[in-house]
Design a protein around this ligand. Structure first.
Ligand SMILES: CC(C)(COP(=O)(O)OP(=O)(O)OC[C@H]1O[C@@H](n2cnc3c(N)ncnc32)[C@H](O)[C@@H]1OP(=O)(O)O)[C@@H](O)C(=O)NCCC(=O)NCCS
Length: 173
């Protein structure tokens, strides 16, 4: 029977699997650590890759404002590397960020060559706004960070304020 690979937004039932997938990479300082509570609190940011019913990849998109989002917590299960899952996750979070109206997206990473293949050239870390570093102050490598900044423009349109459809519409008689 052929196997299905799909990419979708995460739900509460995914939290344990996301936590388990991220943990070894957080322990080796490849990504920042996240508790289960932290994943619940930021669940709307998470995109997951599924192989049949198994969660095999994850990425998060953190929005800073209408002109900037960050790719965080990108991990593909090791036995699934090299099958295009990382690319699908990046495409998924770019689609999500584009739908939200974000104009550019960046990552701080130890795999800039992977991101180069995804269309993210390197940029100077100093070109990122200060608020980007608020999470990094909790990292033990903060004063000696060797991650590379990469960035992609999602839209050539002038940066405008976000316009979202209403979630709740109240019609009064
Ligand atoms: C980086 C990672 C997400 C890539 O996922 P993946 O599913 O193996 O990547 P894909 O199969 O989609 O690869 C897409 C392309 O990138 C290339 N690529 C993948 N990993 C690469 C790497 N580390 N360096 C350079 N190129 C890489 C692939 O060869 C492929 O190239 P192609 O399109 O020319 O064939 C995965 O290796 C991973 O989980 N690493 C550990 C965690 C990590 O480093 N996360 C990044 C935090 S920012």
């Amino acid at each position: 029977m052929p196997h299905d690979i799909s990419v979708r937004m995460a739900g509460v039932d995914d939290v344990d699997a996301i936590h388990a997938l991220l943990l070894p990479f957080a322990e080796t300082h490849i990504i920042l650590p996240r508790t289960r509570d932290n994943i619940f609190q930021h669940l709307q940011e998470f995109v997951v890759a599924m192989y049949d019913n198994d969660l095999i990849g994850v990425v998060a998109v953190h929005i800073y404002g209408s002109n900037l989002a960050e790719i965080r917590s990108l991990v593909v299960r090791e036995d699934m590397h090299g099958r295009g899952i990382g690319r699908l996750l990046i495409e998924g979070c770019e689609k999500w960020a584009t739908q939200l109206g974000v104009a550019r997206i960046f990552a701080l990473t130890y795999v800039p060559d992977f991101f180069a293949k995804m269309g993210y050239p390197r940029v100077r870390r100093e070109s990122l706004p200060h608020k980007v570093w608020t999470v990094c102050v909790h990292c033990e490598k903060f004063t000696d960070c060797d991650e590379v900044a990469v960035e992609k423009r999602l839209s050539d349109a002038p940066i405008e304020p976000m316009r979202m459809p209403p979630i709740i519409e109240i019609h009064q008689a």
